[in-house]
Design a protein around this ligand. Structure first.
Ligand SMILES: [Zn+2]
Length: 162
């Protein structure tokens, strides 16, 4: 390693110079400066070496990142949508093909709908899908939300199998 040799030579020269009393303090500073400048001309050599190592490491990392291991198939959910009961339903399929994240959206403005209970004045459980944004009532439901969603699921299965 040239840098080590230069450093060793500088130390030896400084020590020898110190014992010989050839250099004054100013001379020592100047010699230090000189050796620093001399060493700096060698810097690109080992610096290039470090850069080369860095480049190899970076290239290796990039190469690893571009390898097909990235393309390992995950059971990515397939999002889809369809309109049932005057409502746009969006959902996705899990790995086993089951419907998940079933959620209703307004057909008019696309806002997310919330199933709300209408009230006890009705003879039976009734829910309505009213859009909070545009005020449109998508539909009224004469059953529980769970049953309504199961009807939607049935529609989805009919559509996907048909
Ligand atoms: Zn709306």
């Amino acid at each position: 390693m040239p840098a080590k040799l230069v450093a060793a030579a500088a130390i030896v020269a400084l020590v020898v110079g110190y014992f010989l009393g050839l250099w004054s303090d100013l001379g020592g500073w100047l010699s230090d400066l000189w050796y620093l400048l001399a060493a700096s001309t060698l810097v690109p050599n080992w610096l290039l070496g470090i850069f080369a190592i860095c480049a190899i490491v970076v290239a290796g990392l990039l190469g690893a990142g571009l390898r097909p291991t990235r393309n390992v198939r995950r059971p990515s959910p397939i999002s889809t949508q369809d309109n049932f009961f005057n409502i746009r339903w969006r959902w996705s399929y899990d790995a086993s093909g089951g419907v998940q994240d079933l959620s209703p959206y307004c057909l008019r403005c696309g806002n997310r709908l919330v199933l709300k209970h209408v009230g006890a004045t009705r003879p039976a459980d009734r829910y309505e899908c009213r859009c909070d944004r545009c005020g449109a009532v998508a539909c009224e439901i004469d059953c529980s939300v769970e049953e309504f969603e199961s009807r939607v699921l049935q529609k989805i299965h009919e559509t996907s199998s048909g």
